[in-house]
Design a protein around this ligand. Sequence first.
Ligand SMILES: C[S@@+](CC[C@H](N)C(=O)[O-])C[C@H]1O[C@@H](n2cnc3c(N)ncnc32)[C@H](O)[C@@H]1O
Length: 436
Amino acid sequence: MSFSAHAARLRVTLPVACLVTYEWRRPSRCEGRLYRQSTDDPQRVLQWHAAHGGFVHGAVRACQLPGLGWALCAQAPVSSGTVLVTTPGSLLWTAFDKRAPQAAPLAPGERLASASAQLRRRLVAAQAAGEPFVEAMHPPDSIPLQMVAGSVLDPPPEAAVGALKGTTLLQHTLSLRSRLLEAIGPELRAAKDAQAFWEASVWAQAVIMSRAFHVPKDSDRLALIPIVDIANHAPTYQAANAEIRDNPDGSISMVASRDIASNEEVCICYGEYSNEQLLFCYGFVIPNNPCQGLLCPLPVPDTAGRAQLLQRALRRLRATSKVPAEAFAALRSGKDGAIELLSALKVWNMPEDEAQAMLKEGMEITPGFQEFASALDFLEAWRKEIPAGEDVESYKPARLLQSEARELIENAIAEVSSQLPWPLYLRFCLRKVIFW
Ligand SMILES: C[S@@+](CC[C@H](N)C(=O)[O-])C[C@H]1O[C@@H](n2cnc3c(N)ncnc32)[C@H](O)[C@@H]1O
């Protein structure tokens, strides 16, 4: 298949949805050491890439940046449109979803589940073969799946579970862990060393989440792209200075999307993701991330009509942003930050036949007092789940997410309360005092 022959401007996305955009600034200078002294030095993979027809522009170097791991940096000015890296088709690891054996998604929002399962199997098999590209794939330990992986025989480690408390990642990560266990069940039972196989599978899953690209965006092709995958993430497409293009000959290039100064880091945008999404897939968060928002820990409606109605409502609410509506309801910052939660609660409180009727007649969802009251209860319960900042000792990214959640919840409570008639609000406050 088939990249677009006209080498159109591409956007890459990883298998999660994206949210709103604001202003963002990033330190742009590469101040890190060049080449760290360790076994995963990308020199080997760079040499292997060059020996197999790969191209890296003379101004581009791999360097280590504090807190970012390996990065691509410009050592001299580069003008917009310059091809920075080209990786031949023969060096790409690709899987097409429609051609791979059917597999169920392991995580909410995972769009190319079958392609992902195929790449995972291939990675597990290749791990022992010592291929330079495979050896250079080091997902960070901070990816929540890796934190909760633990022993294949035991429940997830308590410390990891505690660290994620109060964020929706806890629920998603535990579900990802158990779905992965289920998906690899037959191979795991046949393996000589089940723990080693489990660890290899977790590593492979983390590699796919943190390094694989949908190219082109919205296609069914998932790709691991040597050298291009060293580029770090800029939170928005606008903030990035490079982008990925596929070429008619099957190779993939990374091209400067604006002029890049000497010593500037070369960044692409993996997708306009919130911190929750970034942490889940990549193991990092961006302080003051311009793409803000948190998924509400509400289960998806379990009947066809209500699920469809909720998706339609979210699509309408997000019609002005570029955000896909396949995610669950989210809490955002700013006015109307709780509107998706209110709509989701309305759908939740609705009998299936009413949902079906609303779908048929194309009616819009209008949250009422019932939803305002449920939203306050829901937000209160959520806030109580979040440990106070100091309680969480070691896992900084989750702490940042927890404080983001706390702030969004406070704002949402204030927003919802201000719309509730005062007798109802009073009732809510009294109940809170009584049950405290
Ligand atoms: C596709 S890899 C990029 C190369 C990676 N830095 C390395 O050392 O191999 C994605 C990983 O890079 C790191 N990363 C990318 N962008 C980042 C950012 N803006 N802030 C912090 N870490 C980032 C995260 O560990 C992420 O999982």
